[in-house]
Design a protein. Structure first.
Length: 518
């Protein structure tokens, strides 16, 4: 049974902040991310007047284009993202967009880039403020930053005006060693206050809301500990398969792609202690403290806490056949790359003693769903008579839905009217998008604006990214050390379009708990 929750609308308008005048330079401007996310995000900031008129976009990539061709591409990506936009709005935005073509590792090109940036800086009176967004393959991150440094496009200094800040896309490294090296390379030319290591999940309103929900409401926080919580579970399910990203995914795998960043960030938001203040460093200090408290994986008994899987072909509901991962374009026919994992870990601190955290993520699952479920302990005694006598009712569950639904639900027991003693589980639900509607910002808009404002709260800090890799790297190494034959036999197969392998269910069900995905 479901009941809707309403909320009183505040009469106080929420503060709308505007970024400072600046130039926004995209490396990899001809790519998918720029096209689908970055350009629409910057446009939406422009449209909402969250960036001032003193602003320009400069795209950079090897693909040969002039300003005119780039503007057509910009208009097209905005139309694709928001079909309902009126032409003059797009034209005004496009007139602020420019392009430079060239190779990422040629000094001469960076000299030319510098000249164009200076020219545009004067034209738009941006006061020398610059945000560089590196959206290229990760192998180029260090090269680009070194050439920015050598050409005086960035100077190593504090986050002060005129500022130069660099947003670095994920993945940030592929293990601890490479992440440490990348940090070292970037820190040669930038301070950590100038480096914005992105995890776009953190830009989602519902993810940001986890901290507000926990620390602005006494009720739940009072019971947010091992005395009252039975377990926490996080599901990140994708309905899509590997799509066009096989080249990257074959090298990465899902554990590397999802656990080290998105999922660990979600777990940290649920599990961290209250920060001393709401500042970038205080929040990140607490998240890192949480990650450091996660008990290292027991490499000799890994199968007890980790299941890896790969999707096979299937024909759900006898419609269209879904290909197996190994049949996807660009994937080796013998590939042992995992497209699913489920995991259980413990957090060795006062708050979370003996409370398991269960995580599962997968491609080609039944539906797209990112959800955190905090499952409370059952009541200690079955009080009610009749059918319920002696039976302990289901526990209360708090569900934080991140995507595609964005909202909060609370499952609790209530009396069925007319019955003597029957209980039923009710669901109180707040749909974030329905309630706040147009006020919802897209993740990349939030993050890009934060960078323009110099706010690093939602970005990874150097020690955070290294802590997360430190936790995962031994597991990755253990897996990589296995022969192809061993990996093949350990990989649990699951039918595309389902809810993952049976072993993934067993991981939680053997503890008499279950995944909450419906
Ligand atoms: P694409 O392959 O679509 O684009 C890559 C961009 O980098 C293009 O502009 C390409 O343009 C340029 N490039 C430069 N050198 C190379 C090279 N050697 N090989 C391929 N491209 C090159 O990638 P995405 O836009 O999908 O991803 C860019 C970055 O963003 C990656 O690090 C990715 O992990 C990250 N990311 C992407 C997401 C997405 O949804 N797409 C989500 C989250 C992160 P040109 O050839 O013209 O130079």
């Amino acid at each position: 049974m479901e009941i809707k929750m309403s909320s009183s609308t505040s009469t106080e308008p929420c503060e709308i902040v505007t970024g400072e005048a600046c130039g926004y330079v995209i490396f990899g401007a001809s790519g998918d991310l720029s096209n689908r996310k970055l350009i629409p995000a910057v446009f939406s900031l422009f449209r909402a007047k969250k960036i001032p008129d003193n602003f320009f976009v400069l795209g950079f990539a090897r693909t040969v284009m002039d300003d005119h061709a780039f503007r057509l591409k910009v208009k097209d990506s905005i139309q694709q993202a928001y079909g309902d936009i009126v032409e003059p709005e797009i034209d005004t935005f496009a007139s602020k967009c420019f392009y430079v073509a060239g190779s990422y590792d040629h000094n001469d090109v960076f000299f030319h880039l510098n000249e164009k940036i200076k020219y545009l800086g004067k034209m738009f009176a941006t006061g020398g403020n610059l945000v560089f967004h590196i959206a290229t393959p990760p192998t180029l991150y260090a090269t680009i930053v070194s050439l920015l440094g050598k050409n005086d496009l960035v100077k190593r200094k504090q986050n002060k005006s005129p500022f130069q800040r660099v947003i670095v896309e994920k993945p940030f490294g592929r293990d601890l060693e490479s992440a440490v090296q990348l940090n070292k390379d970037l820190l040669e030319y930038l301070t950590d206050q100038q480096i914005y290591r992105i995890d776009h999940y953190l830009g989602k309103e519902t993810v940001q809301n986890i901290l507000m929900f926990r620390f602005a409401n006494q009720l739940f926080e009072a019971g947010w500990n091992c005395q009252h919580i039975d377990h926490v579970q996080i599901t990140v399910a994708e309905q899509l398969g590997v799509e066009h990203r096989a080249g990257y995914f074959e090298q990465a795998g899902l554990l590397r792609d999802m656990f080290q960043n998105h999922i660990l960030q979600l777990a940290a938001l649920v599990g961290m202690e209250p920060p001393v203040e709401f500042s970038a460093d205080s929040v990140r200090d607490e998240k890192i403290k949480f990650m450091k408290s996660i008990r290292p994986f027991d490499l000799n008994n890994l199968q007890k806490q980790l299941v890896m899987g790969q999707y096979g072909s299937s024909n759900p509901a006898n419609t269209q056949t879904l290909k197996a991962y190994r049949e996807e374009e660009g994937v080796a026919t013998t590939s042992c790359t995992e497209t699913y994992f489920s995991m259980k870990f413990f957090v060795d601190n006062w708050r979370w003693k003996d409370v398991p955290f269960y995580l599962q993520a997968g491609k080609r699952l039944e539906k797209k769903l990112t959800r955190i479920a905090v499952v409370f302990k059952k009541v200690p005694h079955g009080l009610f008579a009749g059918n319920w006598q002696g039976t302990i009712p289901s526990p209360d569950v708090l569900i934080l839905d991140i995507q595609p639904q964005q909202g909060i639900s609370f499952l609790f027991q209530a009396k069925v009217p007319g019955s003597k003693m029957c209980l039923e589980e009710l669901r109180m639900e707040l749909d974030y998008r329905e309630f706040f509607g147009a006020k919802m910002d897209e993740d990349y808009s939030t993050l890009i604006l934060d960078c323009m404002l110099g706010d690093q709260t939602l970005y990874w800090r150097k020690d955070g990214v290294e802590t997360s890799w430190k936790l995962l790297t031994p597991v990755l190494k253990k897996w990589a050390a296995k022969s192809q034959k061993e990996q093949d036999s350990l990989l649990e197969r699951y039918a595309a379009g389902g809810w993952g392998p049976a072993a993934g269910k067993r991981l939680i069900e053997q503890d008499e708990r279950k995944w909450i995905v419906t």
